[in-house]
Design a protein around this ligand. Structure first.
Ligand SMILES: [Zn+2]
Length: 325
């Protein structure tokens, strides 16, 4: 279903303040408003005030509102008058991030679908999506970052995009050549999952080859090994790791369910960046179906429109399998 966009565009008289430059966008930048106002209010405030700060879209739990034309730039990424973020990216603000909660998650969910739609319309892949932080280091989108969910959000956009029949990546990036050898220097805005995808290796492989504990902590300029030093003739596996998933129902019980089945569920969730406990040892993959695992299941269910009961069952299993096949 196409998400319709309501327009409340800034008057041309304010172009010199809000969007002075013509733009051919190349990226989409995601923000959190750090506020509790609706999309309609965010846009009417933005187009009405005398500050140059501007952005193209605000998304809340109900609708997407556009405030600037897409062929004009916005001042939203703090990387300067000629910064790529400011001059080449479409700004999408996700509302209600200050307090968070159900309204925020609903807004984020709509924003994810909307960004996937923008990518699809342009023939772009997930590689065109940036967070505000990538441009100037600002801690934005603050809620997604503080909850450690940027990779999860990107993975969900990517899954939505695939659902729309969109491309995985826009086109081979000119700066990246698959045949250039077995290392890659991290560029601004790169994520480990994007690099992994680009080079046809798994995130886990990159992590183990480069001893990366936290996939969110890669540095610009860091040179990553893409292949092992082994000279064995093993062909690179073209097949994704298969994720066996248990049948039946698993939920939080007392005492808590433990064991291989739970671990399988946790591994599948983590492969899609719904970590049971980001920041914990092994991201909380401990084979125990406790509240944190139930929470990861809830977030997963929320993203795919299922009842958010935190109970692993046939529907959740089918969707996980579908996304991981
Ligand atoms: Zn921002």
């Amino acid at each position: 279903m196409t998400i319709s966009v309501k327009k409340n565009l800034v008057s041309e008289a304010k172009y010199t303040l809000k969007c002075p430059n013509a733009m051919t966008a190349e990226y989409i930048t995601i923000h959190n408003t750090a506020n509790d106002a609706s999309a309609a209010n965010e846009i009417s405030y933005m187009i009405g005030n005398t500050s140059s700060t501007s952005f193209h879209f605000a998304v809340d739990d109900k609708e997407v509102i556009q405030g600037l034309p897409l062929n004009r730039n916005a001042w939203h990424t703090g990387d300067g008058t000629n910064g790529t973020g400011n001059r080449k990216s479409i700004g999408v603000e996700i509302c209600y991030s200050k307090s968070g909660g159900a309204k925020y998650y609903a807004a984020e969910k709509l924003a994810i679908k909307f960004v996937a739609q923008l990518l699809k319309e342009r023939g772009w892949g997930i590689d065109r999506v940036r967070k505000h932080q990538d441009w100037n280091g600002k801690y934005c989108p603050h809620r997604i970052l503080s909850e450690g969910r940027w990779n999860e959000v990107k993975a969900t956009i990517e899954a939505e995009l695939e659902g729309l029949g969109g491309k995985a990546t826009s086109k081979p990036s000119p700066s990246v050549s698959k045949s250039s050898g077995s290392t890659y220097a991290v560029k601004k805005g790169d994520t480990l999952s994007a690099i992994a995808k680009e080079h046809g290796v798994s995130v886990a492989t990159l992590q183990s080859l480069n001893s990366i504990k936290n996939p969110n902590l890669i540095k610009v300029g860091q040179v990553l090994k893409l292949t092992g030093s082994s000279t064995s003739s093993t062909k690179p596996s073209s097949k994704k790791t298969s994720y066996a998933l248990p049948s039946g129902i698993i939920k939080v019980t007392s005492p808590m369910t433990k064991g291989t089945k739970v671990r399988q569920v946790q591994n599948a969730l983590a492969a899609l960046y719904f970590y049971p406990d980001k920041g914990a040892k092994d991201n909380g993959i401990d084979g125990v179906y406790g509240p944190k695992t139930a929470n990861a299941v809830k977030r997963f269910q929320s993203m795919y429109g299922f009842t958010q009961d935190g109970v692993y069952g046939p529907k959740t299993k089918a969707k996980l399998e579908d996304l991981l096949k």
